[in-house]
Ligand binder design. Sequence first.
Ligand code: PRP
Ligand code: MN
Ligand code: MG
Length: 182
Amino acid sequence: TSLYESDIERVVVSEDEIRVKTAELGKQIAADYGEREPLLVGVLKGAVMFMADFARAVPLPTQLEFMAVSSYGASTSSSGVVRILKDLDSDIAGRHVLVVEDIIDSGLTLSWLCRNLAARNPASVEVVALLRKPDAIKVPVDVRYVGFDIPNEFVVGYGLDYNERYRDLPYVGLLKPSVYER
Ligand code: PRP
Ligand code: MN
Ligand code: MG
C-alpha cells in the first residue's frame, strides 16, 4: 500500500482513529441492542473493511449478510441510479437489521436501500456508517450511528475506491485531484 503514497494528498482518518471509533460504536450498539441480536447487512464492496472490523468490535453475537449495490460506477459523483448486484441470502422478516456502510455521500444509496429493506418486514432497520459528508447530502437519511463527519472531498481507502483502486489502503485518505484529472 506504500505504492499509493504518491496518490494521497493527506490522511483524513487514520488507522488508529478508525480502530478507536469502531470500538466505541461496537460498545454503544451492544448497549442499545441488549438481547436483540443484530443482523449486520454489509453493503459491498465499500463496507467490507468496516464490516469485518465492526462485527468483531460488537460484544454481542451478530450474524453477517451482504448486499451489493452500486450507484457510482467509474465516476467520482453519485448518479442516483442504484442497482442490486447481489441480494441478501436470507429472509430478514422479524430481524433487527443493522446496515453497515462505509460512507454516506449524497445519501441516495442508503435511502433507497433502507426503503428496500423496510419493505421486507424486518423488526427494525438502523444504519451504522463509518463516514458521512454532511455537505454532500441530497436525500436525508435517518442514520443512528456515524463514525466521522468529513469534508466534501474525494476520499479513498479502508474499502472506499476510485475506479476499484485504493480499497486496500488501511486508512482513509484524500485522493490527489491529479489522479482523477488524468
Ligand atoms: C459508494 C459508497 C457508498 C455510496 C455512497 O459505493 O461505498 O455505498 O457510494 O454514496 P451515496 O451516499 O451518494 O449514495 P459505490 O456505489 O461506489 O459502490 P462500492 O461500494 O462497490 O464502491
Ligand atoms: Mn458502497
Ligand atoms: Mg465505489
